[in-house]
Write a protein that binds this ligand. Structure first.
Ligand code: S3P
Length: 170
């Protein structure tokens, strides 16, 4: 159990971790950071470019470094994470883990109904092949549940409802 007062949002790509983090900031005195944003600023490179030029395992090493840094340095913060960040060994030491749960179809609907749908797809290298992405989703769902302290159903629910659920459960 973490001694820290962070909220960590985990879940599959496109489920709305960043959106929910920003909504939580509005309702609490927490601030927010996003692991992908931290990595992009540390490398001065977009995730897509890091994957392309350095490969996925280089990116996973950066996630690990980021997780160790968060454990040491960050408190009272909502941390939205990349979809694979939940595998970090120290994740329970960083804070309370909230899994945002949706079906794969629900996630695709959410992405496609966004005004910037094209960009949302383009910036995520692991969503470029939807068949492969679905496989990855199926491989991960049980693991997300296992890692999570709290599971929140986000499908067909408003941001306000989701935020209320999260604040009521922590
Ligand atoms: C990944 C999810 C992405 C990003 C990277 C890898 C994953 O973050 O970290 O492309 O392994 O699921 P989002 O979940 O914000 O799309």
């Amino acid at each position: 159990m973490s001694k820290k007062n962070n909220i960590i949002l985990i879940g599959f790509m496109g489920v709305g971790k960043g959106t929910i983090a920003r909504a939580l900031v509005k309702k609490t005195d927490f601030f927010a950071v996003d692991t992908d944003d931290l990595i992009e600023s540390a490398e001065n490179k977009k995730i897509k470019k890091i994957f392309k030029e350095e490969g996925e395992s280089y990116f996973r090493d950066l996630e690990k470094k980021c997780a160790l840094w968060l454990e040491k340095n960050v408190d009272n913060t909502v941390i939205s994470t990349g979809g694979g960040f939940f595998r970090q060994e120290n994740i329970h030491k960083i804070g309370k883990i909230i899994y945002l749960e949706s079906s794969f179809e629900g996630i695709l609907n959410r992405i496609h109904s966004a005004p910037n749908a094209k960009n949302k797809l383009k910036k995520r290298p692991l969503l470029s092949d939807l068949e492969e992405a679905k496989k990855l989703y199926n491989q991960r769902i049980k693991d997300y549940e296992e890692v999570a302290d709290i599971k929140i159903d986000v499908e067909n629910r408003t941001i306000d409802e989701i935020v209320k659920d999260i604040l009521g459960s922590i």
